[in-house]
Write a protein that binds this ligand. Structure first.
Ligand SMILES: [Zn+2]
Length: 288
């Protein structure tokens, strides 16, 4: 067996051992998951959305599968419309740049594009991250568990335990997210039903009110047409002198405030009866 040069063979050089099956590089898988769309498997593009199961997508690829039902993968079966995804409100990592290196600078390939806005953890898959279904803001789970609050740390929208969705969940978390999703959808259905019921009732009530209103309107109108005219003078005299001219009994000839010259312009003036030609100011076909 050789060994002429004084080398000592090791066990694996002499005995055939069973080769291990091909294994995924867990680190690469993890990195890939957090940087790529779950549907298209291409790099995440803004706006970035997530579903109730915590999968991350580019909104454009979600729209594509929604439009073309045949291309919808089984993993996106639960997305029926845009209401089933939420746009993520991510916090950019200002420390590490994901821009390609110019050659003379250090490029940190581990640097995540986004970080937790509360504790600053990087969103690279090493730490558990969650988002809130109520507003879409993304935090590390540590921040949500440690800093207890009933409103979002970033935008102050109130949220409950049911709104917390783990991003890219595994095993136990995935089951939990599925249960939460089903509960949420069942609740929505009930709410919708109740809303419709209330809406139907208000429509019925409104119809009743409208009919009533119509009736009173008609009664009012009948009263108005039967009652005295608003323009009629009150016992021959109007209360407001500004409206005196509007009265049917008003005559310029009897108005003591007008001058004789002004009165002579009108046919009601006594000189009009004896006049043979039209007044030089006013045209009157009676005299032409
Ligand atoms: Zn928020």
């Amino acid at each position: 067996m050789g060994c002429d040069g004084g080398t000592i063979p090791r066990r694996d050089e002499l005995v055939r051992t069973k080769k291990k099956g091909e294994q995924k590089d867990k680190d690469s898988v993890r990195k890939f998951k957090w940087r790529h769309c779950s549907i298209s498997q291409s790099r995440l593009e803004k706006p970035i959305v997530a579903c109730e199961l915590g999968n991350i997508y580019s909104k454009s690829s979600v729209l594509e599968v929604l439009l073309d039902k045949d291309s919808k993968p089984a993993s996106a079966e639960h997305i029926k419309g845009l209401k089933d995804v939420k746009v993520l409100n991510l916090t950019k990592n200002s420390a590490g740049s994901m821009q390609p290196s110019k050659g003379d600078m250090y490029l940190d390939t581990e640097a995540a594009e986004f970080v937790c806005p509360v504790v600053g953890l990087e969103m690279n898959g090493k730490y558990k991250f969650v988002f809130l279904w109520s507003c879409g803001c993304v935090f590390s789970e540590r921040a949500v568990r440690m800093v207890k609050s009933e409103t979002c740390h970033k935008c102050n929208t109130p949220f409950s335990e049911e709104d917390i969705i783990v991003l890219n969940p595994e095993d136990n978390d995935l089951d939990q997210m599925r249960t939460k999703m089903e509960a949420r959808r069942a609740q929505l259905k009930v709410l919708k039903k109740e809303k419709r019921k209330v809406a139907d009732e208000t429509v019925a009530v409104n119809n009743g009110l409208e009919a009533k209103k119509k009736k009173t309107d008609m009664e009012k109108q009948a009263k108005v047409s039967a009652g005295p005219s608003i323009n009629m003078p009150n016992n021959g005299k109007l209360l407001d002198p500004a409206f005196a001219k509007a009265a049917a009994t008003y005559s310029v000839a009897k108005d003591s405030q007008k001058t004789e010259v002004y009165k002579s312009l009108f046919t009601s003036h006594k000189s009009a009866k004896t006049r043979e030609t039209a007044h030089w100011v006013t045209y009157n076909p009676l005299f032409n």
